[in-house]
Design a protein around this ligand. Structure first.
Ligand code: LLP
Length: 429
């Protein structure tokens, strides 16, 4: 469910005509719906309520502090993966006790800052990192709380570039070694093992991996407790999939049916780190058609958003629905299925201005005729869109707008050309 819908054949975000936003803020433009964001957060909160979970919104998904603030105001904590994200979490009103910190390469500075703000725990990814956190905590007279991130070695479950729980990926401790590593930290003066962490991959469209992962986690927790660790947190990460093509994703309740009983059985507090589920369908990328052309038997729609704005199609061959903001008469608004031929449409590649053949938002897509100046919406772009954007090809990053009912406000201004060169100008001559 989201709040992007066609009204009288024009696309609206909640009660705002998207075309008006393009006029006011320019394109390319990320447009987010507050109601959709909160709806999805609430779905998770409700589905998992029986486990009284700590829901740590995964900031890498979309780090905008205004979105972060909404999350914090509505009860979420944060999952961060760098000092920069920790900074964003705090700037969003996050508090240490609701922040968890994952990532295979935490620097000493990042570890110190996280200890400064007394985060809930580190999700530790290697033996050396554990030793280092222990050493830093010792030198400060502190005790660091950690959850051991385990790679549960499950079958492939999503795109190879985002599957984090198959054998041989860089994440977490090998499942065979966890107990042995933990054994060295029983009664340790500066490290307290308070949890077990698994982030299985993203996006995941089935509950089976969670069922398998949770079973392995329960077994490990029991073993760690027998060693003498007081394990109080079961962190099952994020990964819940969303509707990119049709209605292919599972509701939060499906995951809860597996994870709530597992958390109860473990006697642990459940921690979740959802990102995409909350913000993915709460955002679109709005762009304007610059030119159309046909070459080599192919049709191209060239518009002003590019791989630097949304890299997912280029990087993962991801499918994002794309449709005109105001489709020509005779065309659906919107189609019920974007993947079958729609009468009167033709197959087009939707591309941007960047100088790479891999710069596309969609390939071989059925689209109504569009012409210069028309607006296109790329849907389900709220997650890993803006957060993975870059300045490649000298392109300032897009602006971001948050819609709330009939109101809207800028939550990130469009970058300027001067923004592009400022860090170079500011170095000493
Ligand atoms: N927790 C950890 C430790 C993670 O690494 C991630 C995502 C999450 C939580 C949030 O996962 P989510 O709930 O959003 O699925 N750029 C890729 C996705 C990379 C995911 C990285 N880790 C994409 O655009 O599909």
């Amino acid at each position: 469910m989201d709040h992007f819908h066609y009204r009288d054949r024009a696309l609206f975000c909640e009660d705002v005509a998207v075309a008006d936003l393009a006029t006011e803020y320019g394109t390319p433009l990320y447009v987010y719906s507050r109601a959709t964001l909160l709806h999805h957060l609430r779905q998770i909160q409700t589905a998992f309520a029986a486990a009284e979970p700590l829901i740590c919104y995964s900031l890498k998904t979309n780090g905008n502090i205004h979105i972060g603030r909404l999350m914090a105001e509505h009860g979420a904590g944060f999952d961060v993966t760098s000092g920069g994200e920790l900074y964003r979490a705090l700037a969003s009103g996050g508090v240490g006790e609701k922040i968890v910190f994952a990532g295979v390469g935490k620097t000493d500075d990042e570890i110190r800052t996280a200890l400064d703000v007394n985060i809930r725990f580190f999700n530790v990814e290697s033996e050396e990192e554990l030793a280092n956190i222990g050493e830093i905590a010792r030198s400060r007279g502190q005790k660091a709380r950690v959850a051991l991130r385990v790679n549960p070695d499950l079958p492939p479950k999503t795109h190879v570039k985002t599957d984090t729980s198959v054998k041989g990926v860089k994440f977490g401790l090998d499942i065979e070694t966890v107990v042995e590593v933990a054994g060295q930290y029983v009664g340790h003066p500066s490290v307290e093992i308070v949890g077990l962490h698994m982030h299985l991959g993203s996006p995941i469209l089935s509950v089976e991996p969670y069922r398998m992962g949770a079973a392995k986690a329960l077994d490990l927790i029991e073993k760690l407790r027998r060693q003498g660790h007081r394990v109080t947190h079961l962190n099952m990460g994020g990964g819940f999939g969303i509707h990119y093509r049709k209605q292919e994703a599972l509701p939060a309740s499906a995951f809860a049916e597996v994870l709530v009983p597992a958390a109860k059985q473990s006697g642990c507090q459940l921690v979740l780190e959802p990102g995409r589920f909350i913000v993915g369908n709460a955002g679109i990328l709005l762009s304007r058609v610059l030119y159309t052309k046909s070459t080599g038997g192919k049709h191209y729609v060239i518009q002003d958003a590019a791989m630097n704005d949304l890299i997912r199609p280029t990087l993962y061959e991801s499918f994002h629905r794309i449709w005109p903001v105001r489709p020509a008469d005779g065309f659906p608004a919107p189609p019920s299925d974007y993947e079958v031929e729609i009468p009167g449409t033709r197959r087009c590649d939707v591309v941007g201005p960047v100088c790479e053949s891999g710069d596309f938002l969609a390939r071989e897509r059925w689209l109504p005729p569009v012409s210069r100046g028309e607006l296109l919406a790329t849907f389900s772009a709220g997650a890993y869109g803006m957060s993975m954007s870059s300045n490649y090809n000298g392109r300032p990053r897009a602006a971001e707008v948050l819609v709330d009912g009939s109101r809207h406000r800028l939550i990130r201004r469009r970058e300027t050309y001067e923004d592009l060169v400022r860090p170079e100008r500011e170095v000493p001559a």
